[in-house]
Design a protein around this ligand. Sequence first.
Ligand SMILES: Cc1ncc(COP(=O)(O)O)c(C=O)c1O
Length: 403
Amino acid sequence: MQAKPYTIEKSRACLTRSNELMVRGCQGHKRSHAMLEMGYPVFTQRADGARFWDVDGNEYLDFLLGFGPILLGYNDPAINTALGKQITEGTVFSTAHPKELEIARTLIDRIPVAEMVGFLIGGSAVTSAAIRLARAYTGREKVIRCGYHGWHSWTRPGEPGVPAGITELTLDFPYGDLNALEDRFREHDNQVACVIMESVLDDGPPEGFLQGVVDMAHRYGALAVFDEIKVGFRVAIGGGSEYYDVTPDLATYGKACCNGFPGGFVAGRREILGSEKCQAVWLAATFHCDLPSLVALEVVVNELERRDGIAYQWEIGNRLIEGVNKACEEGGLGYKLIGTGPMPTPKIEEEDRERCIAMLQGCLARGFYLHPSHPMFLSLAHSEQDIEDTIVAVQESIADLDS
Ligand SMILES: Cc1ncc(COP(=O)(O)O)c(C=O)c1O
C-alpha cells in the first residue's frame, strides 16, 4: 500500500487555539506538542469500529483506542442499543437503581478478587478509593506504589501543586524487584497501609513476583492492591490477578470495562470491604454508579463472553507483536513490541530513535496509528486482516527508510 499525502495542519491549528482556551493539564497527553512534532494528529473528528478520522480527514487503524477504554470498538452496535434504551429511562437518579445490584453480582461471579465491589467514575478515582480504603482499614498512612495510577495528589508526589505533606506519604519501588519493596517496608516499618502496583507491566511479572508482593505486604501488616485499570477485561476479565492466579486484597478496574464510558470499580475481599472501617469511608459522588457506564459494563462482559473476546485479544495481539518484531528485526530497526498479547508495549532503541519515528510516520501516512512508547491495545473490531495489513505497513515503512 502506498503512503498517502498526509497533512495534520488542522490538528496543529486546533492545538494552538486550545492552548489559549484550555488548561493544558486537563488533556495534556491527548493534545500533546511532542506527539504533534513527531507527526501525529492531536485532534480527532470521529471514530468507528477500530478506526478514527482526525480533523484533517486522515483515517487510521487505531492501536491506542483512547489510551485503552475502547474494547468492543468505537460506535459498537450492542452498546448503542443498550444505551439508547437506558437514556430513555434515565441516566442518573435521586436514589440508587437496581441495575447496580445486577452488575455487582455479574462482576462478583466472574472476578476472583471481587467478593464486594464499589462503582466510581474514572480510574484515578478508583485507585484513590482503594488507597483511602486501605488507609482506613489499616490505620496507616504511607503507600508504596509501582506504575501509573492517575492524576490525584497521592500518586503525583513532588509535582507542582502537590503538598509536601502528601508527597512524603508516597514511596516507589521498581516492577519485579521484591528486594526493593522489602527495603521500603523496613524503612517505613508499621507505617505502610498498602502496596499498589500495576499487575502487568512490560513483559509481565517475573515468576513468583505477584504472590511475593501479596505475601510481603501481609508480613508487614499492609494490604496488596493490584491496579488492573489497563489490563482488566484484557488479559482476563479480572486482569493480571486472575490471569496469574494471585489474589490481592483489593483491585482496581476502569478503562476497557465500560467501552468508552467513564465508569470503573474497586473490588476486593469481603473481610476488608465489608468491615466497619471500610463501610465508614466516604466514596460518594454525584455520578458514581451512573447508568450509562453500568449498562456499557454489562454489555462488555456479555460480548466478551459471547465472542470469546479475551482469547481473541491474545490471538491478534500476539500476531501483531510477532509480525512487527520480525519486520523490524529483518529491517534492522530498533523498534520492538514487548508485553503480553492484549497490551503490546513499544520500546525504541534511543540510538535509532530518528529512524523509528520515520517508520511510525510511514505507518501514519498509510493509515496505521502505532505509538512510539505508550502501551497499545486491541479491540474486538480489529480483524485478523487488519493485523496482517499493519505488519505489511511496518515492512513497507521500513523499506521506505532506505529508499
Ligand atoms: C494502571 C492505571 N491506573 C490508573 C489510571 C488512571 O485512570 P484515569 O486516567 O481514567 O483516571 C490509569 C490511566 O492511564 C492507568 O493506566
